[in-house]
Every structure is written in C-alpha cells, then in structure tokens.
Design a protein around this ligand. Structure first.
Ligand code: DGL
Length: 270
C-alpha cells in the first residue's frame, strides 16, 4: 500500500509531513537524493537521470505511485518521464498543478479554458532550473489569463537548508525577496515554488509583508494526493513498510531531518 515521495534532499519532507498528518495510516517511502542536492543548478538531462534512478528505487520498495515532491524535477523531468519513460502500471505525479489550481481557484482536474482570476501580480520563488524551465508560467497559462509573473531564482537557499544553516538561509531569503521587490514592488501573491522553502515560510512572509498571500505546496499536494488515491485506490503499491532512504550520509541527513520535523527520523542508505 505504500506511496513514494521523492525529493533531491530534505525539502520533500514538507510534503511528507503534510501527507503523514492527513493520512497517518498510509505507508510512505521517502527518498532524498541528498548526495546530489541541489538539483536546481543541474541541467535537464542530469535531473532526468537522477530522478528516474530514484523513482526506480521507490518502485523496488513497492511504491507504484510516486510524488515528485521536487519542483525542479517536476519542471525539468516530469513531462519527459510521462511521455517516453513511464510503464503503464506506474504513476508519477508532480507538485505544480495542485498549487496552480489553488492560485487560479480551480477544482481538481478542471480543464476548462483559461480565464481571468483574482490575482494579477504573482511573485514566484524557485530554484534556477525551475525558473529557467518556465514550467510554472506554462501551466498557469493553461488556466489563467492576464496574470503577471515575476520569477526570482533563489540561488544558495537549498544548499543552506541542506546544511542545516538556517541563519544563512534566512539572510538569503531576505535578499531574494528584496531583489524580487525591485522588479515587482507590490505582488499580491507569492508562490514558494520549491519544497525546501516552506521551512523558511515565516521569513518569506515577514520579508514580503502581511498583505502578500504566500502559497506553499505541502498541504495542497497532500489534499490532492488524498483525492487521487480515492479515485485510483489500485495505485497504492504492494509495499507495506514506511522508510526514509537517502543517497547521502544517513546519520547527517537524519540529524537535519530531525531538526526540521522536530521529531526523530532515521534515514537508511538508499
Ligand atoms: N526541493 C526541490 C524543489 O522543490 C529541490 C531543490 C534543489 O535540489 O535545488 O525544487
């Protein structure tokens, strides 16, 4: 019955945590490719290779359904995986669509033509690879018209979070928000388009100010996963056991994960 959750590192734990809270009995296998994080500075072929390797490992652990809890992999590799790589009995879901549906006030799977929505000025914070893929703008254009998106590539933030250096991560977030505001002084909404960033959500919100609505993915993805599993119960794979896998040093990764989740988490070698 297990479901797989993949990220380049610790960021997907924000999604894991929301899924676990929403579905406490659901076995989850988490894969963090910490040895190769960050993905945000890699090219699309490299991201595709690393992501497919991880997804195959999650299949081996009995997860027929895998959530790419990584915007960078969702932006750079998901389409190629779905078009030319994925076997028919497996599913891989990304994290963009639930967020964009929330922003554009749509219900799950509403594929009606794009229309005007309440927000007009949106700030997107994401990794360099996600920003340069323009995947967010592409998905948004299918659903909304007249929305001005200003993207800020947040170099360094993922590395600082992976290193457990929250002081550096906070300083970087503040400087990226300042850079964004120079380009778009009054955004109405801000998208945290990287699953690592919810760890820094308070810093984003305080740097952006109280009038900016900050959208973060974890709970949106958890809700849409619950909905998906209700409609496709057979996509729960044969795996029974929850576990945390990493390509990095299990002790170090476990310590950092414990610091973020505020409860003991034990990673083992992938
Ligand atoms: N947490 C990831 C994302 O959502 C990956 C960031 C990275 O490895 O650069 O984009």
């Amino acid at each position: 019955m297990a479901v797989g959750i993949f990220d380049s590192g610790l960021g997907g734990l924000t999604v894991y945590d929301a899924v676990h809270k929403a579905m406490p009995d659901q076995p989850i296998v988490y894969f963090g490719d910490n040895a190769h994080a960050p993905y945000g500075v890699r090219d699309a072929d490299d991201i595709f290779e690393k992501t497919t390797f991880a997804v195959e490992r999650l299949w081996d652990a009995g997860c027929d359904l895998v959530i790419l809890a990584c915007n960078t992999a969702s932006a750079a590799a998901l389409r190629r995986m779905q078009e030319s790589w994925l076997p028919e009995d497996k599913r891989v879901l990304g994290v963009f669509v639930p967020l964009i549906e929330a922003l554009t006030e749509r219900n799950w799977g509403d594929n009606s033509p794009p229309r005007e929505v309440a927000v007009k000025h949106v700030a997107l914070f994401a990794t360099p690879a996600t920003v340069s893929s323009r995947a967010f703008q592409r998905e948004l254009a299918f659903r909304a018209i007249g929305v001005d998106v200003e993207a800020q590539a947040c170099g360094g933030v993922v590395d600082a979070i992976e290193d457990g250096d929250t002081i550096l991560a906070e300083a970087l977030v503040r400087s990226h928000v300042e850079a964004l505001k120079r380009k778009m002084p009054n955004p109405e909404a801000a998208i945290l388009g990287c699953t690592h960033y919810p760890w820094m959500e308070d810093t984003f919100q305080s740097a952006l100010g109280p009038d900016v609505k900050v959208y973060s993915q974890a709970s949106l993805v958890a809700a849409s996963l619950g909905d998906y599993l209700e409609r496709h119960p057979a996509m729960r794979g044969p795996g029974q056991e929850s576990m945390f896998l990493t390509t990095g040093d299990p002790k170090r990764v476990s310590d950092h994960a414990t610091q973020f989740l505020r409860r003991r988490v034990e990673f083992i070698s992938a």
